[in-house]
Design a protein around this ligand. Structure first.
Ligand code: SAM
Length: 265
């Protein structure tokens, strides 16, 4: 399996070598069985000769679970505690790192519109999974997910009805194009790519749980260097910077919601 991960990195620059191994092992096993390869070396052989196999393998190696206003109390804390700080800036940059299929991005875009910050904000929505990024860019979700999203939006302190932001047709909800007017979608890896400078808010939720400690440290350094002084970092409920060597660069701004603020120096 290690050789397979090396091949994926050396040939295609996708670096899973420092992901939490138990989960990678499980996922690779599943890929090997479902794709009908007798061994990992046969899978590796196919990967080296068939570039289409990369996208297939990425579907197994990256977890694309997301929802809008996921953990509504996180978004409520942003509205109530972070937005008053963000209002003091004439322009804002927000990075949704590991945005998957876009649900988190649209939650931010809607929240920022409701709070009157949308026009001064550029959003960067990044992920390594191109198929997920394409879905994010399209902003179309199965209509049966919308009832749950609507409830989460309400619990987050939503100031309007979620249905104001999408059109429903043929069992699908298409989110308003205007919500992505100020969005840059980009293929970016937290493992191998560089700093995104001068961000005021970085939201990276349910991504670092898949990384080992070394990699988590690297990513937190990347976030520290990508934030303006007093900029904010929001993580998922199961993630923390507490054990990172960079923990002292941040203070816990809203402890329960894993929202950190970069210290001045
Ligand atoms: C479980 S989803 C989280 C989606 C969203 N942030 C949320 O919380 O709802 C994890 C995402 O991290 C992405 N990811 C995994 N490794 C990454 C890396 N090295 N750089 C950027 N994104 C990565 C995956 O492709 C996937 O879209």
């Amino acid at each position: 399996m290690r050789l397979l991960l090396e091949a994926l990195f050396l040939k295609y620059h996708y670096d899973f070598r420092n992901y939490a191994m138990a989960s990678i092992r499980r996922r690779l096993k599943q890929a090997r069985q479902n794709l009908g390869f007798a061994s990992f070396s046969a899978l590796q052989e196919s990967l080296l000769h068939d570039p289409d196999m990369v996208a297939t393998l990425l579907r197994y190696l990256t977890v694309q679970v997301s929802e809008m206003f996921r953990d509504p109390s996180y978004f409520k804390a942003i509205r109530e505690k972070v937005v008053p700080h963000l209002r003091t800036y004439p322009s804002l940059k927000v990075w949704i790192a590991g945005c998957s299929t876009g649900e988190e991005l649209y939650s931010f875009a809607i929240l920022f519109r409701e709070e009157g910050l949308e026009d001064r904000t550029i959003f960067y929505a990044t992920d390594i999974n191109q198929e997920a990024l394409q879905t994010a860019e399209a902003g179309i979700y199965p209509l049966d997910r919308l009832q749950h999203f609507t409830e989460c939006h309400r619990q987050s302190g939503g100031k309007s009805s979620l249905s104001d932001y999408y059109q429903a047709a043929y069992g699908r909800a298409s989110f308003d194009k205007s919500l992505r007017r100020n969005v840059v979608f980009s293929d970016h890896s937290l493992v191998t790519d560089a700093v995104f400078g001068e961000m005021h808010f970085i939201s990276c939720r349910n991504v670092m749980i898949y990384f080992d400690r070394v990699l988590q440290d690297r990513v937190i350094t990347l976030f520290r260097d990508s934030l303006v002084r007093k900029g904010f970092l929001g993580l998922g409920s199961r993630e923390t910077i507490r054990f990172s060597e960079n923990a002292s660069a941040f203070h816990e701004f809203v402890r329960d919601e894993k929202i950190y603020q970069r210290r001045v120096d």
